[in-house]
Design a protein around this ligand. Structure first.
Ligand SMILES: [Zn+2]
Length: 302
């Protein structure tokens, strides 16, 4: 998804694709940056490349850090679409609490060099004016790099969590033949079975060097289709007046991208839309009867 990534606290080292000042990096942050760079410079385009090279590169980092082979899994739908699952053992043991799963996809949407600015390459890591540039720098390789770096840092510090922590780096979240999450659930559920999952969505931010905000987004990945009809006297957006039909639809459907739109969370929006359009849909889905409704009934806040 084309969203800013969420980060976790602990040894979080990079906030999305905003670059901290070079001289301020700790060795841990520098390590995370190297992981991030390595991931970004491996082409994992979901339609023309695979994830296996990137998954192998991250697996090597875990092996080099001393993770035992039995806690490192590589596999997927196809040989070029591998996922990586790594388990960091907590103190709970086999009967302990269920694990925490940190999930990030390592595929990216296709990117052609010819479509990018002449001085940028989608698969070359560039740091400029305080930002990182490359395909996936925000979605979702920053999150993947943070998870990898944090887990390796935990091991270096001999940190033993109460529960196992699993990192899963997956294929084809952006679409394609070989969705890694689905494949893991269907074929190796024991590897990713968890108490809670942290996935992309939400977003972290810093004020100066200090963590300021880590927002959480729930139930973002649902698809709901609505048929919406609105009536007013119409008009043309080039001669804008207040309450154009398009505005009415935009406001009432809760378009989160509209400038100045109310940014309530998506869970609330789902409830809002269900309440307004599913419980009383145009087609009368609950009753099975076609309902005739005026715009006022459809848009009770008009
Ligand atoms: Zn994404």
């Amino acid at each position: 998804m084309r969203l800013r990534t969420a980060t976790i606290a602990a040894a979080t080292v990079i906030a999305a694709n905003r670059a901290p000042a070079q001289q301020s990096l700790t060795p841990e942050q520098q390590f995370a940056k190297e992981v991030y760079k390595e991931l970004l410079e491996i082409n994992t385009s979901n339609m023309t490349s695979g994830t296996t090279v990137a998954a192998n590169a991250m697996a090597k980092r875990f092996r080099d850090a001393g993770f035992p082979e039995q806690d490192i899994f590589l596999g997927g739908v196809r040989a070029d679409k591998h996922n990586l699952v790594v388990r960091y053992r907590g103190k709970g043991g086999p009967n302990g609490p269920k694990p925490l799963l940190l999930l990030a996809h390592i595929d990216v949407v296709e990117a052609l060099k010819t479509d990018w600015s002449p001085d940028l390459d989608p698969f070359k890591f560039i740091e400029r004016d305080g930002y990182f540039y490359a395909r996936g720098s925000s979605d979702d390789k920053s999150m993947a790099a943070i998870f990898v770096a944090n887990l390796i840092q935990f091991k270096k510090q001999n940190y033993v969590p109460d529960r196992d922590i699993i990192v899963a780096l997956t294929a084809d979240e952006e679409g394609g033949c070989c969705n890694g999450v689905r494949w893991l659930i269907q074929n190796h559920k024991e590897l990713v079975d968890a108490f809670v999952v942290i996935n992309e969505g939400g977003g972290g931010s810093l004020r100066g060097d200090k963590p300021f905000l880590n927002s959480i987004q729930a139930t973002q990945k649902n698809v709901v289709n609505f048929k919406v009809t609105a009536k007013n006297r119409g008009g043309h957006s080039s001669v804008a007046r207040d309450r154009l039909l398009a505005h009415v639809l935009c406001v009432k459907s809760g378009d989160r991208h509209r400038p100045g739109a109310d940014r309530r969370d998506s869970t609330y929006r789902a409830d809002f839309l269900r309440e307004r359009y599913v419980r009383h849909p145009l087609g009368g889905r609950e009753s099975g009867q076609q309902q005739q409704q005026t715009p006022h009934q459809l848009f009770p806040f008009s």
